[in-house]
Design a protein around this ligand. Sequence first.
Ligand code: SF4
Length: 330
Amino acid sequence: MVLKRSLCYDCGMQSQEQIQYPWGSELPYYSYAHYLKTKYGGRVQKVSINAGFTCPNRDGKVAKGGCTFCNNKSFTPSYTRNGETIGEQVDRGISFLAKRYKRTKKFVGYFQAYTNTYAPLSELTALYEEALKHPRLDGIVISTRPDCVSDELLDYLQDLSSRKIVVLELGIESCYNDTLERINRGHDFETTVDAIHRAAGRGFHVGGHLLFGLPGDSREKMLEQAEIISGLPLDSIKFHQLQIVKGTVMAQQYREDASQFNLFSKDEYIDFVIEFMARLRPDICVQRFISEAPLDLRLAPNWGNFRSDVVMKEIEDKMKRQGVRQGMNF
Ligand code: SF4
């Protein structure tokens, strides 16, 4: 049992209550897989959908050029192809993933590439409903920016969540405005906090995404984000190490002056994550610690041909050996 402290970002009030570790004792952290198993009885597999969205940080509405780290090719699976209908993409994705993950209980459509709430509500709901018409999809996961989340959309998702699995994933990336500005994110952290508070408590799952190793963030500054994130009403978090991906503004900056980046080696990252996890609120489940951009797109750091599931296991084993549990220093 640990003490849960909450900080209200509106009034600055702090409160605390006792909470149980929600995932028992087998794992040193609260994994998303455990959460899904408890809630849905087994694996829930995301099937990526490219619905043809763009992004306000690229088309000039907020900015041009996009976030300096962004190359959507680095996180779009090869089975998604432009030119296919949503139903065809889901068919292709399920036939690929069902062979790979035989114990999958459910599939959910993953609106992943670019900003998947960047359109009028009627267009958005038509796209989401088109996916949900697929007989093998039990829900949707929507990845987006915090400045593209209207109250009307949240009302729709709240209603949808009474009949389908609904997950909203918000790109946080950093809790620091100077860092967000430096990576040309196009919104501040206050916007993120506001979106998370408006989305929370409506019956659907609210997740966040953080990037570690962004230029300007020292190790201590990154660790301090565990407390900030823990003060938000998030259900889950994904985080990963900064990888400089070819074709991005960051790749250009790296080629011009690599010294402005302080990229993690694999061992440094494992130790960093363990320290972060010890400070993270124990009822926030963790979707992943690590990401693996395709080798041919990766410029730095050079971790060789690693596999993220193997590194995840290394982190878990090291946490066990060191007696570290998520939230023990929360
Ligand atoms: S990371 Fe997301 S918000 Fe940033 S430019 Fe890429 S698609 Fe847009």
